[in-house]
Design a protein around this ligand. Structure first.
Ligand code: SAM
Ligand code: ZN
Ligand code: ZN
Length: 724
């Protein structure tokens, strides 16, 4: 117990900083936001973990948090690199860093984030791309207003269409006729709706029950469309049918129709209008151009999977089908100019920028409303969910666009570059916070994919793509393994990442494989398989870790299997859990319905050792449950004392951490298993029981003392009875 993270880690105060970071992650840690990745962790948490793992317990944590560190004798390895949070935070405090991820999209985006660039080269490449692309791409969004004034379309509003199986008529699949409203209608109740009779855009309010069309006088209920949930009603013959049944009879994805546009005039005004002759003429031109290039898009099939099955049901069978003709014409233009960027690093950087842009420019996006980032991107849900009223945004972008190539250049690339040259930290003081500059190493190492080079050149960071259960790192070669493993649930990163990979691989050509899926990805709905794969990565981590090294990871879960899996992986890989802390996490997980009102906001930091020399008391006959419960109680109180809300789900995460530490003090592995099996099931049924008897109170944020105490007291009593 000689490091801060093993003895007295300041998790409450660190949680406050993490919470502040979570409000504007892309501004406070832009380096990890160059490209989309899922389940990104908070940088301040990993900075804290790294410092806690490098510093002796006698040292001053906060003094080091806000000053320059040079731990260049420490090698840190992250086997589940994701967007590179561990790697980046390690570089900032002078550690040497190794990152590996099975997914090439994660690997490429990390390489792009950490590579060294000359700002001038980046800017001149952008200017060149702007010259080659902007006029052409903007011409696909040129329009005239109703009054005949030249303007630019910010967004076209699309509705999917389907032919009626009975009368053959074309049906617009509007879920509602209101297509634009303020994200906070209390602030601004105004809204726009489209007339079902003549297609005119009418001004209304978000809660209107009736609208009289200003053009044709038709009166309609704007809340009603032709599709409600799974059911479609034909507006021509009134025949009702289920969308999925009809899709099964069809071959292709649904068609669409553009019914409205939001334009930006030269004097900066935004106008909603229906489409006019100029727009229809442009549509025809785009369709003709698209027909000429359609066959140039490589056909890569979408494979079935939890995240892709729904789009397959909608007949999206190839990755390039997720776009409109206009989007594909623009994409072809950009891809062709990116592919010929000579410098490999710059090509990758702009490929990542472009790939990120696609998240906001495809048929699975929708309009979020006024008063917010206008585009609801496609990954708002974890499954790829077809959208009935998609948005077609101006892909090059204007000063008022969201998710466009030129906008993301400023908000992602330029921000990341400036952070790379002087990475700052947040200091939180009550409701205020400030940025502390000048205390970190710059984030521009030389990235290598060759361990030999890494070994011989201390200026390098070693990044690779592949299965982390098998690495080329020598035995006992790293000081710290710090990571964030996948959770045991249904989200397969690779199923989603394939959307980006299809394009990235055409620009930077990383592999001849057409998918990022791999049977070695630690992800499975089968808990045995998930555990086995997680164990093999943990075991490899143990092999490469020095005997006195620390293995630290973050985790949370709401279900028994999630905890059993992680416990088994730790133990079967040959580690023992020596310490755990709850810490503010960025996201909550999906949970069984009965716990839905108690979301998890906390992660657990699990600290493990590999060598028995460092593991005290591994000789108990049976775990002391009461001690785990009171430790959890102390941790929860400390968080609450710092002003961090703790929900019932969070309390359980905290307790599970303490139980892991506690059961790893017993000698026999089979006893641990038995104990964990028993206790996990009991804790959950007990929590469920509590919920039923206490109704809503426990499901709310547990931020008042009596509720928290009651929960723990009762749980303690219960566990004590079980243990006896
Ligand atoms: C929870 S994410 C890590 C997220 C990361 N902490 C971040 O902040 O972005 C888990 C990562 O593990 C990767 N992964 C899954 N199985 C793997 C394996 N066998 N070897 C290496 N990486 C793997 C996934 O591709 C994913 O990027
Ligand atoms: Zn019909
Ligand atoms: Zn009308």
């Amino acid at each position: 117990m000689n490091r801060i993270i093993e003895s007295d880690f300041p998790f409450p105060k660190l949680s406050l900083i993490a919470e502040r970071e979570s409000w504007r992650k892309e501004v406070y840690r832009p380096i990890y936001y160059l490209h989309k990745w899922w389940a990104k962790r908070l940088g301040s948490v990993f900075r804290g973990i790294l410092l806690g793992a490098c510093l002796e317990k006698s040292e001053d944590f906060w003094q080091h948090y806000y000053s320059k560190n040079t731990f260049n004798d420490k090698i840190v390895f992250d086997p589940f690199m994701g967007s590179g949070v561990t790697v980046g935070e390690a570089i900032k405090i002078g550690c040497r860093a190794i990152g590996r991820d099975i997914n090439p999209v994660a690997y490429l985006s990390c390489r792009a984030s950490f590579s060294k660039y000359s700002t001038n080269d980046v800017l001149s490449t952008f200017r060149k791309l702007e010259k080659e692309n902007a006029p052409k791409l903007l011409s696909y969004f040129a329009t005239k207003t109703r009054r005949g004034i030249n303007a630019t379309v910010l967004y076209y509003f699309l509705v999917k269409t389907i032919s009626c199986p009975k009368c053959g008529g074309e049906i617009d699949l509007f879920t509602t006729r209101i297509f634009s409203r303020n994200a906070v209608p209390r602030k601004d109740p105004s809204a726009r709706s489209v007339c079902p009779e003549c297609g005119e855009v009418n001004f209304t309010t978000f809660d209107a029950k009736a609208v009289n069309c200003q053009e044709c006088g038709f009166s309609y209920d704007p809340r009603k469309g032709n599709i409600k949930g799974p059911d479609v009603k034909c507006n021509h013959c009134q025949y009702g049918f289920r969308l999925v049944d009809r899709m099964a009879q069809l071959e292709a994805p649904l068609g669409f129709r553009r019914y409205a546009k939001l334009v930006l005039t030269h004097d900066g005004r935004k106008l909603y209008e229906s489409l006019n002759d100029a727009d229809r003429e442009l549509e025809r031109r785009v369709a003709t151009e698209f027909a000429e290039i359609e066959s140039s898009f490589i056909r890569v099939a979408v494979a079935p999977g939890y995240n892709t099955n729904q789009m397959l049901k909608h007949n999206y069978r190839y990755w390039h089908q997720l776009f409109s003709d206009r989007q594909l014409v623009c994409i072809r233009q950009i891809v062709d100019t990116l592919r010929v960027i000579d410098n490999e690093d710059l090509r990758l950087l702009f490929a990542c920028l472009f790939s990120g842009t696609l998240e906001f420019n495809n048929l699975f996006t929708s309009f979020k409303g006024e008063g917010t980032g206008a585009v609801r991107h496609m990954f708002a849900h974890h499954i790829l969910k077809p959208e009935m009223m998609p948005l077609e945004a101006n892909i090059w972008g204007t000063s008022k666009s969201s998710g466009a190539f030129s906008c993301l250049f400023h908000s992602r690339v330029e921000r990341a570059l400036s952070y790379k040259s002087d990475p700052f930290e947040l200091r939180v003081n009550g409701s205020k916070s400030n940025k502390v500059h000048g205390i970190n190493m710059s984030l521009s190492p030389r990235v290598t994919d060759d361990f030999g080079l890494f070994n011989s050149n201390t200026e390098t960071v070693y990044l690779s793509t592949g299965d982390s259960s098998c690495t080329d790192l020598p035995d006992n070669s790293v000081d710290l393994v710090i990571t964030d493993p996948p959770f045991f649930d249904n989200v397969h990163y690779s199923e989603l990442a394939d959307f980006f990979y299809y394009w990235l691989n055409q620009i930077v050509e990383i592999s001849s494989k057409s998918t990022t899926r791999s049977s070695a990805e630690v992800q499975d709905t089968n808990s045995e398989l998930f555990t086995a794969k997680l164990t093999s990565v943990f075991a490899e981590s143990r092999r490469v870790l020095r005997p006195d090294g620390l293995f630290i990871f973050t985790y949370h879960h709401s279900r028994h299997e999630g905890w059993t899996a992680v416990h088994r992986a730790i133990r079967h890989a040959g580690f023992a859990c020596v310490q755990s802390y709850p810490i503010k996490a960025e996201m909550s997980v999906s949970m069984p319905l009965q716990q839905a009102k108690s979301p998890i906001h906390l992660d657990l930091i699990v600290v493990c050792r590999k060598d028995s020399k460092y593991i005290k008391q591994m000789n108990k006959e049976c775990p002391n449950v009461m001690s785990a419960v009171s430790a959890a109680k102390r941790q929860v109180s400390a968080l609450k004392g710092a002003g961090i809300k703790v929900s019932l789900g969070d309390a359980k995460v905290t307790l599970m951490g303490r139980l892991l530490c506690e059961i790893h003090t017993i000698r026999q592995l089979d006893l641990e298993e038995k104990f964990l099996d028993e206790i996990e099931n009991d804790i959950d049924s007990y929590v469920g029981q509590l919920a039923v008897t206490r109704g809503e109170v426990l499901y709310e944020e547990v931020d008042t003392q009596p509720i928290q105490l009651t929960l723990f007291e009762e749980m303690a009593e219960y566990l004590a009875n079980k243990a006896n």
